[in-house]
Design a protein around this ligand. Structure first.
Ligand code: ITT
Length: 185
């Protein structure tokens, strides 16, 4: 039996808004709390998310999930990857475009690991969205690296095409899997 209300621990209001609209399709409401808690250092998004979820469940004792995500750029050996949040604060989209200046290979993936936990234990849902880094920033919507990420097979960035992002994003795919799991479908 799925809980109708789940805590989502994130300090990122954009993540919370996206999660709310995705899980709404499954009749699941989200209560957003900003305190994600301890984040371990690891190369694995899944390990970071799992640790956070387990740590928070010990404190709060109710069904919850956390999500760890990042942008992995092939030509930069996966950078900014697990450092996406810090890299965004330090160099932002302009810095990433400068690092890729003159490079042909602009392939990149957004990846995400959602860790859901309840009394039965933790479950991890991982997903990715493939695409490429644009030549310049474009679009007003979304957050983070959305203005420079073009999903595979398309020409607009996530920030120019929010409906496309809602369908194709790493977060949409991982949270769809969580919604199906909770509803047993
Ligand atoms: P919480 O840890 O509190 O959830 P956060 O924003 O710090 O919030 P992460 O540690 O998972 O989240 O960092 C992921 C970063 O990757 C995020 O800050 C963005 O810079 C980037 N990112 C992740 N998903 C994104 C998306 O859908 N669109 C654009 N950028 C994204």
């Amino acid at each position: 039996m799925a809980p109708d209300e789940i805590l989502f621990l994130t300090s990122n209001a954009h993540k919370a808004a996206e999660a709310r609209s995705i899980l709404n399709k499954y009749g699941i409401s989200i209560i957003n709390r900003p305190a994600k808690g301890t984040e371990i250092q690891s190369d694995s998004l899944a390990d970071v998310a799992r640790f956070c979820a387990q740590d928070a469940f010990k404190r709060l004792g109710r069904p919850l999930f956390v999500e760890d995500s990042g942008l992995f750029i092939d030509a930069l050996n996966g950078f900014p990857g697990v450092y996406s949040s810090t890299a965004y604060a330090q160099i932002g989209c302009p810095g990433i475009l400068r690092l890729l200046s003159g490079l042909q290979n602009r392939a990149a993936q957004f990846r995400c690991a959602v860790a859901f936990i309840d009394r039965q234990g933790a479950r991890i849902f991982e997903a990715e969205s493939s695409g490429s880094i644009s030549e310049k920033e474009a679009g007003p919507s979304g957050f983070g690296y959305d203005p420079i990420f073009i999903p595979k097979g398309h020409e607009k960035t996530f920030a120019q095409a929010p409906a496309l992002k809602a369908r194709l994003s790493h977060r949409a795919k991982a949270l769809d899997a969580l919604g199906r799991h909770l509803r047993g479908i």
